[in-house]
Design a protein around this ligand. Structure first.
Ligand code: R5P
Length: 291
């Protein structure tokens, strides 16, 4: 097996290779002046099980083209199998035609991935209307969850936690983490009006007395979901918050905005960011062991 760190996977790939005691190499990626991508393998991939590690944040579309170029090239050069490990996989939220004429983006992306990858691992994919990765990919796609790592972090660092999920989908993280910890959890309600505008409401009686509030969600993008949740919880008496999330995407100063509301923010390291304190290299290595 050869572990390859693609441009947005380097922060995890070297550690995964080390844990697996497998060779590691970085993919050489350059951009031509007109924006075209250039990629090159430095190590020989012939007869290897090639694992491409890429997290799709920032220039998401470049990240996508990069792995498609890399996977096709690896096969071209005689790789035995090509596997994609995506700590953060994009376009999963556009899984439906919300308005007439819209592209169901994940369907198109899925087709490209199916064509060339023998297997795909995705950490905590945002599965919403589609319940399983097998509905989105024809190739073998494996859903890895960071719930036990998130629960261990909370257990170790936060006394008397009460876990709150900001919207019903978050039960998959908030509810599950609370179950592992053995503490109480509540799920709030959210209505989304646009990419930036959401309204979060409390739809049940919530008892925060003597508890430390821990908000748990999968993705922090603009931070508006969690800001909405904190505003509600402040009205119920909460003064400070811990936020633990899987994917810290943090667009438009989201991290600073959350911290201003007296929140300590921690994420996993699916994407590199200032709050990424929960390391998932062990989770990935464990799952790649038997390729
Ligand atoms: C969507 O429902 C996800 O679970 C997150 O709640 C959402 O992506 C967060 O986005 P934002 O931080 O922009 O509110």
């Amino acid at each position: 097996m050869l572990i390859i760190g693609c441009s947005h996977g380097i922060h995890l790939a070297a550690n995964v290779a080390k844990k697996l005691k497998k060779p590691y190499s970085e993919l050489k990626v350059n951009k031509f002046p007109d924006g075209e991508l250039y990629i090159r393998f430095i190590k020989d991939v012939k007869n290897q099980v090639v694992v491409l590690m890429q997290s799709f944040y920032g220039d998401i579309n470049d990240c996508l083209i990069e792995v498609l170029f890399a996977a096709n090239t690896a096969k071209d050069l005689g790789a035995k199998k090509v596997i994609l490990v995506a700590p953060y996989f994009p376009y999963l939220r556009q899984d439906k035609r919300f308005k007439p004429g819209e592209c169901i983006s994940i369907k198109v992306v899925g087709k490209f991935i199916d064509r060339i990858f023998d297997r795909v691992y995705i950490i905590d994919p945002h599965l919403h209307r589609q319940r399983a990765l097998s509905n989105l990919f024809k190739t073998k796609a494996v859903n890895l969850t960071s719930n036990s790592c998130i629960a261990s972090y909370i257990k170790k660092n936060i006394k008397n936690p009460v876990v709150i999920g900001p919207d019903w989908e978050s039960y998959k993280w908030a509810g599950k983490a609370a179950d592992i910890i053995g503490c109480k959890s509540y799920i709030l309600e959210k209505k989304r009006y646009s990419g930036r505008k959401v309204k979060v409401t409390v739809n049940k009686k919530i008892d925060l007395k003597g508890k430390n509030v821990v908000l748990v969600d999968d993705i922090i993008s603009t931070g508006n979901t969690l800001i909405g949740a904190m505003k509600n919880l402040k009205r119920l008496g909460a003064g400070k918050f811990d936020i633990v999330a899987v994917q810290g995407i943090f667009v438009e100063n989201a991290l600073e905005k959350l911290r201003k509301m007296n929140a300590k923010v921690i994420t996993t390291n699916t994407t590199p960011n200032k709050a990424a304190k929960i390391d998932l290299s062990g989770l990935i290595a464990e799952n790649l062991k038997n390729q």
